[in-house]
Design a protein around this ligand. Structure first.
Ligand code: B12
Ligand code: SF4
Length: 443
């Protein structure tokens, strides 16, 4: 069957990111014997219609898969949603007159609302590799397909390879500063606002370290990629897997740098040293909050001591680190905001990336509580944020004040066009790795 997969994502903040998920799905469809073409809208901007029409005319697909990574930018108060844009993409795709299958993380979080809004044939909620191939087979046999194929979290197929040859990886590397790699899926923690367990399941599922590192080595050898972003939700759990990945990188003496998300929980100095030896030069700590009250309200599995220890461990290992924070959530008060600032500053991070308010999803404990207790009437495609009543009026001015006086504090919801232009210009100079490494004072 002739299949076209369209990656709609056009978000360039903080960087354009390789559409890894849809490439896994494309790889699975190709491995199942289908002829797969890929159309990437990422760099087409508002003029995306013409190139998309040209691809439809050239490929003449029998089935289209539309990948929807982002619903919005989760960046209050700016908070930009993508519903209008996806509607325009669908209007073009519909003209092909063939079945359209929706998928991706953004779709998985709101399958019914998306299908209602966009009127596609059907969608896959969850990991798409096996489910998409199943849908192609059913369509090929002329059988009806369910409106939503739900893949239970954690039950996807981790065996395949992403079809990286179908995208312009060099352009992503140049403008985004990294290529993506996934070494595992799943998270067993229970942070109250987080969608990751719904997207990836609660049990860690591991890729073979030798296969992961071999893929990195190939990209380095054949395409000169020397910086990777590990998209694993928490790289340092399970610890033995993280160590196995590092050991394999060291064994192959791969001269690459990489960045990963890590949790302060159990981030021990020996692992950090091994990560540094294996090429890790920066980590994003999923700190979220830094007072006992707000850490508890977000369900974080660690305390302030762990935040300090993790920060010290990064510094000792020579790894630059940022704290990712979510400010203004449950139990936030003016005092906890100030305390968070003090604690975070005392760890002397390279940078702080702080979201304001908590984007609500109906599948998370916090979203369910918000609906049950009447904090909000509805959670849907237009981003809606929980902000603690005690800081509702003061959160934004508090953050603006910090932004003006502290270079290393970065608020995606507030950042101005000037800073963004600067960061884009820096990227074009060939700087690799996450841009937050450039925010703080020179070291
Ligand atoms: C790593 C990551 C990042 C990294 C990316 C680094 C990089 N170089 O790639 C960074 C930190 C930069 C980042 C930034 C952002 N991110 Co992010 N990110 C993630 C994360 C943890 C993993 C994404 C990933 O690569 N997954 C691996 C692939 C294999 O999985 P997948 O894409 O989901 O694909 C599978 C399925 O979705 C499905 N599928 C995908 N496409 C298709 C197509 C079809 C047809 C079918 C059937 C199925 C299908 O099958 C795939 C394989 O199983 C997810 C959360 C998560 N756990 O998924 C959030 C997530 C995708 N990000 C999110 C957001 C919002 C953002 C930002 C907008 C935040 C911000 N303001 O900075 C930016 C946008 C960046 C951009 N340019 O798009 C949201 C999107 C939901 C939403 N509210 O919109 C998520 C879901 C997190 C969340 N809040 O719940 N992100
Ligand atoms: S915030 Fe991080 S540690 Fe917590 S559930 Fe989500 S992915 Fe897991």
């Amino acid at each position: 069957m002739r299949v076209l997969i369209v990656s709609a994502n056009q978000e360039h903040r903080p960087d354009p990111v390789v559409p890894l998920g849809s490439l896994y799905v494309a790889g699975a469809a190709r491995a199942a014997g289908h002829t797969v073409a890929f159309h990437d809208c990422c760099f087409d901007g508002p003029g995306f219609v013409e190139p998309l029409e040209a691809t439809l005319a050239r490929v003449k697909p029998e089935v289209i898969g539309l990948s929807m990574r982002n619903v919005d930018d989760v960046a209050w108060p700016r908070a930009h949603g993508w519903l209008g844009y996806y509607t325009e993409v669908m209007a073009v795709l519909r003209r092909a007159g063939v079945p359209i299958v929706l998928g991706g993380a953004g779709f998985t979080l709101f399958p019914d609302p998306w299908l209602d809004a966009l009127g596609a044939t059907c969608g896959v909620a969850g990991e798409g590799e096996r489910a998409f191939v199943g849908i192609l087979e059913a369509i090929g046999r002329g059988e009806p397909v369910p409106r939503i194929t739900s893949v239970p979290p954690g039950r996807g197929d981790l065996g395949g390879e992403p079809a990286l040859d179908l995208v312009d990886l060099a352009r992503y590397f140049h403008l985004g500063g990294a290529a993506n790699v996934q070494t595992r899926r799943g998270c067993s923690f229970t942070c109250t606002y987080c969608t990751y367990p719904e997207l990836e399941g609660r049990r860690a599922r591991l890729r073979d370290p030798a296969v992961v590192v071999e893929g990195m080595e190939r990209l380095h050898r054949e395409r000169g990629i020397d910086h990777f972003f590990l998209v694993d939700n928490v790289f340092n759990t399970p610890r033995r897997h993280a160590m196995a990945i590092c050991t394999e990188l060291i064994r192959r003496e791969l001269p690459v740098r990489w960045t990963a998300f890590v949790s302060p929980k159990g981030l021990r100095p020996d692992l950090l040293r091994l990560m540094a030896k294996a090429g890790c030069d920066s980590v994003e700590l999923g700190t979220d909050a830094a007072t006992p009250a707000t850490l508890a309200a977000l369900g974080k599995p660690f305390g302030v001591d762990a935040i300090r220890a993790a920060s010290d461990g990064c510094r000792a290992a020579g790894i630059r680190f940022s704290h990712a924070l979510i400010l203004g959530g449950p139990d936030e008060t003016p005092d906890t905001l100030d305390e968070t600032f003090r604690v975070i500053e005392s760890t002397d991070p390279t940078a702080v990336v702080a979201m304001l308010g908590v984007r609500l999803y109906h599948s998370t404990p916090l979203g369910r509580r918000a609906l049950a207790e009447g904090w909000v009437d509805k959670i849907g495609l237009e981003p809606i944020f929980y902000i603690s009543p005690e800081v509702r009026e003061t959160l934004e001015p508090w953050a603006r004040n910090i932004m003006q006086t502290n270079r290393r504090w970065y608020f995606p919801g507030l950042v101005g066009e000037r800073t963004e232009r600067f960061l884009r210009a820096v990227r074009r100079q060939g700087i690799k790795g996450p841009l937050w490494t450039l925010l703080g004072p020179p070291r």
